[in-house]
Ligand binder design. Structure first.
Ligand SMILES: Nc1ncnc2c1ncn2[C@@H]1O[C@H](COP(=O)(O)OP(=O)(O)OP(=O)(O)O)[C@@H](O)[C@H]1O
Ligand SMILES: O=c1[nH]c(=O)c2[nH+]cn([C@@H]3O[C@H](COP(=O)(O)O)[C@@H](O)[C@H]3O)c2[nH]1
Ligand SMILES: NC(=O)CC[C@H](N)C(=O)O
Ligand SMILES: [Mg+2]
Length: 518
């Protein structure tokens, strides 16, 4: 089987590279940039891909072993990976005076194998133009010997380079994110054609492999699974249930930070659909008590994570042979918490199920979805026979309204937000927009502003509406909701939810913002 080696310099989107390679039906593994050259030789990669990363090559100790360029293996450098390649082979990298984050249009030049016949449009002179996603502050200012420039634009004259004899390619933009429209085509080109890897690795064997792995891991132990009613834990439950049947017990925690009527709905849905044991624990009082007086987002996340585990431990103590805690952790949870194996990335926020886990956890973790992205999890859910309305729900974060009430969480705020959020979601459905957005919700802002209602003065809180479109939740666009829908939601919230007199719409993309506000 042909294998691709991805060396991780700490990019937030390294897993997306693996995913694109997986989509080309080629097996890949991600390893830290500082593995030894012997490791690389033994791995026997068909090609090597160098990821992006947060550092600057000219002042960082994030340096791989340049001996990898002597192995006769094709190499593709992305962003930091390009900068490291250029610097290591005798080129120059400098801090740019413009930082580029977001869309850019580049012109492909010189008929390289990487871009041949791949373009979004052509300019007057017949040159191919590509819409790409950039996220960098440094740039290559001199190309190494043997290399030529294969793409450029005004702000980044050296946007891609190649030494085609040695099959070394490097791009300043990110072909692995969906915003680079031809990114998949470029990665396919590099992996399948330039490196010549055979497309023989198929996802349809995934369930069998996963089931076998779970059986082997768990043996005859019992497993407790944190079930939220969301997509990931439901799919994890179905998968684990298929593997070990009655050895699985699900625990649904009501922490008092759920959406309007959510607890009832989740219990109802599971009674009807999964055929697995579900225990409903009401822990609202404990969660709220521990959150009192706390306003720092990371601290809130850690507390919520700890309380979750507290509940799971209590419940597992009631089962004689429970040794495992299963969770629907998926890849984006891991990378944003920098809980990945390589620990080279920056922490953006601690997802409650990753960074929030305390060291005192007595159960072993079982996370069969840890390497998958949301849409892959959904595909798996469908293959496992879960109903579409469950598989295509919007995600809801484990810490729930706890990270949608900015600052300190108070019960009064929870009530206001639940009602505003329910109105927003109801109208989204009425207007046929629920399925056109990937995630939508209301955020409670603990600031007051002045309004006038019925000729009287009001001095009340603000709610922000957030709706995004994304396929993998790593990058996202704000949804271009119709004004009529926004107007209707705003009217209803201000009229129906006493205590809120202003509604705003969030028009920030990810990056630079994140989807949740905390
Ligand atoms: N209320 C809850 N009770 C029990 N476990 C929970 C709860 N909320 C979250 N979890 C656990 O934390 C994991 C991560 O939560 P997350 O919201 O990312 O996934 P999900 O709820 O399964 O799916 P979705 O992303 O669609 O909401 C869940 O898979 C689940 O194991
Ligand atoms: O289970 C979860 N526990 C968490 O702590 C958490 N934080 C964010 N999210 C969800 O992850 C996706 C990306 O969110 P961000 O852009 O805000 O990081 C979005 O879908 C968020 O709702 C979480 N899910
Ligand atoms: N995304 C990246 O890999 C960025 C590389 C480097 N830190 C820069 O700013 O240019
Ligand atoms: Mg959830």
């Amino acid at each position: 089987m042909d294998k691709i080696l991805i060396l991780d310099f700490g990019s937030q989107v390294t897993q997306l590279i693996a995913r694109r390679v997986r989509e080309a039906h080629v097996y890949s593994e991600i390893h830290p940039f500082d593995v030894t050259i012997d490791f690389i030789r033994d791995f026997a990669p068909k090609a090597i891909i160098l990821s992006g990363g947060p550092n600057s090559v000219y002042e960082s100790d994030y340096q791989a072993d340049p001996a990898l360029f002597e192995l006769g293996v094709p190499v593709l450098g992305i962003c930091y990976g390009m900068q490291w390649m250029a610097q290591s082979l005798g080129g120059k990298v400098e801090s740019g005076n413009v930082r580029e984050f977001g869309y850019a249009e580049i012109r492909a030049r010189g008929h390289s194998a990487l871009f041949r016949d791949i373009q979004d449009k052509t300019n007057d002179q017949g040159h191919g133009l590509l819409d790409v996603w950039m996220s960098h502050g440094d740039k290559v200012t001199a190309v190494p010997e043997g290399f030529k420039v294969i793409a450029s634009n005004d702000s980044c004259p050296i946007a891609a380079i190649a030494d085609e004899d040695r099959k070394f390619y490097a791009v300043q933009f990110h072909p692995e994110v969906t915003h680079t429209k031809q990114g998949t085509a470029m990665i396919n080109r590099f992996v399948l054609e330039i490196a010549g890897a055979a497309p023989s690795w198929v996802m349809k064997d995934y369930i069998e492999t996963a089931v076998a792995r779970i059986r082997e891991q768990v043996g005859s132990d019992e497993v407790i699974l944190g079930l939220s009613g969301g997509v990931d834990s439901s799919v994890a439950a179905a998968l684990i249930h298929r593997a070990i049947g009655d050895q699985l017990t699900c625990v649904f925690v009501d922490h008092g930070l759920l959406r309007y009527k959510e607890a009832e709905q989740v219990m109802e849905m599971f009674a009807g659909n999964l055929g697995v044991k579900v225990i409903h624990v009401n822990a609202a009082e404990d969660f709220m008590k521990h959150l009192e007086g706390v306003s720092d987002p990371e601290q809130k996340r850690k507390i919520i994570g700890r309380e979750f585990v507290e509940v799971f431990q209590q419940e597992s103590a009631k089962l004689p042979s429970a040794k495992w805690l299963a969770q629907g952790t998926i890849y984006p949870d891991v990378i944003e918490s920098a809980g990945s194996k390589t620990k080279k990335a920056h922490t953006i926020k601690s997802h409650h199920n990753v960074g929030g886990l305390p060291d005192t956890l007595k159960l072993q973790l079982l996370e069969p979805l840890r390497e998958l992205f949301k849409d892959e999890v959904r595909e798996l859910g469908v293959a496992l026979g879960l109903p579409p309305h469950m598989v295509y729900r919007h995600p809801f974060p484990g810490p729930g309204l706890g990270v949608r009430i900015l600052g300190e969480v108070k019960s009064e705020f929870v009530g206001l937000l639940q009602r505003a959020d329910a109105i927003f979601i109801e109208e989204l459905r009425n207007f046929g927009w629920y399925d056109k957005t990937s995630q939508a919700f209301a955020v409670f802002l603990p600031v007051k502003s002045v309004g006038v209602m019925g000729d009287g003065r009001t001095y009340d809180y603000v709610v922000a509406l957030r709706a995004v479109v994304t396929s993998d939740f790593m990058t996202a666009h704000w949804a271009e909701l119709p004004y009529e829908l926004l107007g209707r939601v705003s009217n209803r919230i201000i009229n129906e939810v006493r205590g809120i007199n202003r509604v705003v719409y969030d028009v920030s993309g990810k990056p630079p913002a994140t989807i949740e506000w905390e």
